[in-house]
Design a protein around this ligand. Sequence first.
Ligand code: FAD
Length: 455
Amino acid sequence: MEEAATPPVVVIGAGPVGLAAAVHLAAREQEPLVLEAGPGAGTAVREWGHVRLFSPWAELVDPAAEKLLAPTGWVRPDGAACPSGAEWAELYLQPLADVLGERVRYGTRVTGVSRAGRDRVVDAGRDEQPFTVHLVTADGDEERLTARAVVDASGTWSGPGPLGGDGLPALGERTAADHIAYRVPDLKSPSARARYAGRRTAVLGSGASAFTVLAGLAALAKEHPGTHTTWILRRSIGEDTFGGGEADRLHARGALGLRARAAVGDGYAEAVTGFRTTAVDRVDGQLVLSGEDGRRLEPVDEVIALTGLRPDLSFLGELRLGLDTRLQSPLELAPLIDPNVHSCGTVYPHGAKELGHPESNLYLAGMKSYGRAPTFLAMTGYEQVRSIAAALAGDREAAERVELTLPETGVCGGAGLFDDPDAQAETEGAGGGCCAAPDTVQTADVEAPAGAGGC
Ligand SMILES: Cc1cc2nc3c(=O)[nH]c(=O)nc-3n(C[C@H](O)[C@H](O)[C@H](O)COP(=O)(O)OP(=O)(O)OC[C@H]3O[C@@H](n4cnc5c(N)ncnc54)[C@H](O)[C@@H]3O)c2cc1C
């Protein structure tokens, strides 16, 4: 009788981290099958393709993927230059997926993952059972696959947060949807320019995406007088609000914060702090935002909500996940990445051990593993999947080894999610979580790649 083939390791998502996972798994003869909902590699990255990354090429290419690509004549672009999302997808992710060939399937959206024949309640024989993966193809056909392990690298791009300060949609948000955007607009495109030039826009959020929009709208205002931005933050503005500036080892990230600061300082954006949105009303064709404290803001024509991205955990409902209740990241990882504590950007190196769940052979990797923490960098994800592939291959020593250096933000005490001015002041006074205690920071055992932080 013919022996049944070992089922593949299913990787969900052909983004930078899912593809890197496939490379590491294949190198260890753990046959991967990448299931990607979109029509090509890096579908999510292409959707923000107009945004220039703050990481240089040297930090955006997985070293093992580079080795796999080399025989095809592929050469990594200038390590010091920062690509746009579109360039990252076209010049690296798609060629990588092409080399992986039939190991990557497009137009396959995973809709459910479970243990074969076991819902989440059943204990008996659980760990010995393979996974069953439910998917829907682009044509609407349903399929079931068997997997020996699952690496969910499906990102968080599909889950933008709403306007409401309580994390739920504000009253009236749904009916005002035609004037609310949840993504960074391409302010070079004619349609976006027509939408925002000469208009009043409210921008919510205090992360890199919000900074990108503040800087972009300030540039638009220089060409189109009357373009005005109201920048709405739940937190107050402090020393570190705009990041590490020139001290940031990712120069482009520091520069972005400085451009956002200039947009406010030069009067193109007016900051409204400590504002927790509860409602949005249409008044004479414009939108008026109301806050929890009873404030009603000046009317605006458009709203851009950049309040963070959230993981979609719905298709993992039959699995036993161990997630932190605040961040929705794996339990052991959460304290290492909590942006309320670790504000230096020096996220501790981590791998399979910190990414595990009560469900064996299941990992969340990449952007999704950070849950709601906004500090994820692609190079973190490449290290995660190197370690996961080693663990699945039974190589514990390699799984536990740390091979990562992360660029520092140059900020102590506050690149985080502070929402409470008192808590913020306290942490600043203490010198900030990780910076204040260098002996507890696990420093790198590998030098940063050449050209890192160059753009
Ligand atoms: C505007 C922006 C700028 C950024 N700039 C930087 C930067 O400068 N440097 C940096 O290191 N990081 C940056 N990031 C973070 C960046 O997103 C990650 O580094 C990287 O894209 C994460 O890769 P990922 O593979 O984890 O997820 P993603 O890139 O989101 O890929 C996930 C993939 O999974 C697919 N998918 C989703 N759901 C399913 C499903 N149910 N079934 C099948 N497939 C599915 C998606 O279509 C997508 O292709 C930025 C992010 C954004 C949004």
